[in-house]
Design a protein around this ligand. Sequence first.
Ligand code: SF4
Ligand code: SF4
Length: 511
Amino acid sequence: MRVMAQMAMVMNLDKCIGCHTCSVTCKQTWTNRAGMEYAWFNNVETRPGQGYPRTYEDQEKWKGGWTRHPNGRLSLKAGGRLKNLATIFANPVMPSIQDYYEPWTYDYRMLTNAPLQEHTPVARPKSLISGKDMRITWSANWDDNLAGGPELATQDPVLRKMSEKVKLEFEQSFMFYLPRICEHCLNPACAAACPSGAIYKRSEDGIVLVDQDKCRGWRKCVTACPYKKIYFNHKTGKAEKCTFCYPRIEVGMPTVCSETCVGRLRYLGLVFYDADKVLEAASVEDEHDLLDAQRDLVLDPNDPEVVRAAESEGISRDWIEAAQRSPIWQLIHRFRVALPLHPEYRTMPMVWYVPPLSPVVDSVAQTGFDGEDGDNLFAAIESLRIPVEYLAELFTAGDPAPVTEALRRLAAMRSYMRDVNLGRENPDASVAEAVGMSVEDVHDMHRLLALAKYEDRYVIPAAHTEQAHRLEAIATGCSLDGEGGPGMGGPGSSGGKVGLGMPRLRPGSKR
Ligand code: SF4
Ligand code: SF4
């Protein structure tokens, strides 16, 4: 066993209200620069919908992620090493600017300088590429709240995979929001595809980064990433991606998207995994076994054998304790409600999601029945095929069983805690037993999902205590703002500056 540490995130989708605050604050911090206008390290998609860039989940088209061959070996879907090199000067399998969107601004001067006239002046959209007037037909959140609309639903690659019967039942429409960042995968296709060796996974915390000095702009990573979370900076000619806000993480602060999340739905923490088993787990034959293989990679930080192995790898005591307090392991293993996004891409993504129960609750409530009642919810989870099948295509390679298990556990928590909160004398413990949980488990899961305080949601050990002071000095500026860093792009189209000071929070300080 070779124990390594990974910073991971879980997002509880029931709580996302689609406000896009996370996207905006991330953009202000990291990509408010020329060349990166269309880049959203964090974006929030409406589901069902096409996502961003549009239809990125259609890997037959975009060739992202890994393919498993009959002999059990994995190769990049876009082609192995030889094909990769042969196509180095022409890599057509890449989203065009139309698949992202043509960035624009508005001619705001019209609003203030237009002469007195009968009609209110209009600020026309102007292309940030050509400077000419343009018609806006697509953008990073064009699907916003339009889930299931007849024009858009049919173009959703996830919906296309679902059975005809479910598609025909689509009038029982539902929607939810899916916030996305780079998955900081354990088996990152982006790094494997880079001919320059510019993409690396930090050994201390698993964050995947692009070395800006080494990047030669081949853009193979853009093709290889099945989540399309690498962006090409047209000004610097280099690839850029989500950095998991590593300058903040190093000093024990949460990522900007997490810290500013209005729904407080993001959880951050360390997990330990067995690095010797990653390839084996990513190569299992049946796609439905990928979830369990990925779960099994994440080790129990309280297991004495794991602790000993972590110590022998030089992982410090404070990091081991942080892994033991991590909300991530609890949500993945103890409560079994967190699931990875598209495990079938075989990159072993490390941003996990608690699937939303709300579409089921709403459906029950709309029929006039009690949407908080355990039996009603259990029955609805079994019978409502649309949410379950759709969520399974997102989180379990199409296997409905783990999604059903997670939703039933969430439903049991909802039902049991309502009894408690209403002061009923004998809350119905059988509802917890029916989903294989104890009453204590239900209370603990409720505490974590519904009540958790700042320090429970973010359990982030500082990089190394002996270096903390120096790292803190870096984080109060922007460590990417130096010569050769992605910050060299200069002021963005909106005039934003790079390297704005970080919030004056200190490890352990609260909102
Ligand atoms: S999600 Fe991130 S780490 Fe995974 S392949 Fe894409 S860019 Fe690389
Ligand atoms: S800030 Fe939080 S609630 Fe708002 S869209 Fe982002 S993830 Fe959802």
